[in-house]
Write a protein that binds this ligand. Structure first.
Ligand SMILES: Cc1cc2nc3c(=O)[nH]c(=O)nc-3n(C[C@H](O)[C@H](O)[C@H](O)COP(=O)(O)OP(=O)(O)OC[C@H]3O[C@@H](n4cnc5c(N)ncnc54)[C@H](O)[C@@H]3O)c2cc1C
Length: 421
């Protein structure tokens, strides 16, 4: 049977493993963490948001980035220390401004397909992930930002998304707990929210039931061509770096390693310029009936503050945001968490913020903000990575796409040629 090694057990790796197992491949997933979904797929914003498909490649993003450089609580923060990785990424980001329109429309289309695929997986496997199908509400505080949003809305609609303008009274009716003053908003009834970690763990369990092998605590060190396929060299956490790695032989490899994908791509002769764009979330524990009533059920996106919310079950409100260009630094900075707490208090004053769990994660982002999905330069090398700020939203579709690309080159049953007479 054709054996595929998947590197990474975040949302992209586990959905890929599932799509491959469904097609009859022998699949092994390797991840350096003890469990699936412990890195960026751990505590993100929770939104399955076709409505957030606008790519960031705009001159205004660059200008804001420069203006905000000196503000520690800014939604977008850049560590000015130059590095080749950051500079080359920025230069490519600027070049992609020319493709803003088509990349936004393509992202919406992908997000709509992904939603259907993800819901189908959850239903087939009976996964409880605190799914809430109450829609996503964007709000704007002034006329100018609402008018800009109207132009973006035209692109989202071009991609097939049903989304409409709402006035302040309608905002209040959609989500009565909101306490601020708003000029207007846009509502996407079909968008949804859910817990990425619970989903990924549930799907990993389903994969295991289908025969997928997970090698956890396995730090992949090398991937090299060998024996008609690839030799994946890995070490257990704690193994001495000088020891020879253990080797897994596979017919093909799929790189789903989040922010480490650039490193593996370089090993395999490809350039996949993923940059780690850091973000933060807080999970507000809603421990009293009063706090539960005061917290929103409908998911919110505040475009100006770049903050999103998701209600995860009765007892948790996830609030996430900010983008920081600071390399692989994962520190949870108080001055970056406090704006999330302050924002929660302003919009939902009756929600207690005394039990808040802070988290940081690194978005694996490509300069054009579209994921890299499909084959690499060498036969037997595939990618499903670089989903940036929308990995939860897009991975249902990209897993199917990469599995189809693999099927085009490798039949699930390995073909053994007869020996020459
Ligand atoms: C604050 C924040 C909010 C977000 N909000 C949303 C949202 O609301 N909606 C949305 O759609 N998206 C959101 N995202 C983006 C989304 O979370 C990511 O795109 C997604 O989780 C990325 O998944 P991944 O599988 O690519 O990466 P990961 O989940 O990081 O998985 C990669 C895996 O590779 C493994 N790995 C790496 N190197 C090695 C190695 N050497 N050996 C073995 N294993 C290795 C890691 O251990 C990891 O498990 C948000 C992100 C952040 C940070």
């Amino acid at each position: 049977m054709t054996h595929i090694a998947v590197i990474g057990a975040g949302i992209t790796g586990v959905t890929t493993a599932y799509a491959l197992a469904q097609r009859g491949y022998r699949v092994t997933v390797l991840d350096r963490q003890r469990y699936a979904a412990m890195e960026t797929s751990f505590a993100n914003g929770g939104q399955l948001s076709a409505c957030n498909a606008e790519v960031w490649n705009k001159l205004s993003t660059v200008l804001h980035g420069v203006q905000w450089m000196m503000r520690r609580d800014a939604p977008l923060l850049m560590n000015p220390t130059p590095s080749w990785h950051k500079l080359s990424w920025m230069a490519a980001f600027m070049r992609e401004i020319a493709h803003y329109r088509q990349n936004t429309v393509e992202t919406v289309r992908l997000a709509l397909k992904a939603r259907t695929a993800l819901f189908a997986m959850a239903q087939a496997e009976g996964i409880d992930f605190d799914l809430k199908t109450r829609g996503i509400l964007h709000f704007y505080r002034d006329r100018a930002s609402f008018e800009k949003a109207t132009a973006v809305n035209a692109l989202l609609r071009e991609g097939g998304l049903e989304r409409y303008a709402v006035n302040p009274e309608e905002i209040r009716a959609i989500e009565p707990t909101l306490a601020g003053t708003y000029h207007g908003g846009y509502f996407t009834p079909s968008d949804a929210t859910g817990d990425i970690h619970k989903f990924t763990r549930g799907l990993a369990a389903a994969c295991a039931r289908k025969g997928v092998r997970f090698i956890q605590d396995a730090d992949v060190a090398t991937i090299a061509p060998g024996e008609g396929g690839y030799a994946v060299g890995w070490r257990r956490a704690g193994d001495h770096a000088a020891e020879a790695p253990q080797v897994l032989q596979a017919d093909a490899v799929v790189i789903c390693a989040g922010c480490a994908s650039r490193h593996f791509a370089a090993m395999l002769g490809d350039r996949v310029n993923v940059y780690p764009v850091k973000g933060y979330s807080i999970t507000v524990n809603l421990l009293t009936p009063e706090a539960q009533t005061a917290a929103p059920e409908v998911s919110i996106l505040d475009e100006a503050a770049k903050i999103v919310t998701s209600r995860l079950g009765d007892e948790r409100l996830r609030v996430a945001g900010t983008a920081e260009f600071n390399g692989f630094n994962r520190d949870i900075r108080h001055d970056r968490i406090q704006p999330l707490v302050d924002w929660t208090r302003e919009q939902f004053p009756l929600v207690d913020t005394d039990r808040v769990v802070a988290w940081s994660g690194l978005r694996p982002m490509l300069p054009n903000m579209l994921p890299k999905v499909g084959r690499g330069r060498r036969p037997g090398v595939f990618y499903n990575t670089g989903h940036g700020h929308l990995g939860w939203t897009l991975s249902g579709a990209t897993a199917e796409l990469v599995a189809a690309a693999i099927a085009a080159e490798h039949a699930p049953e390995r073909v053994v040629l007869p020996l020459a007479a």
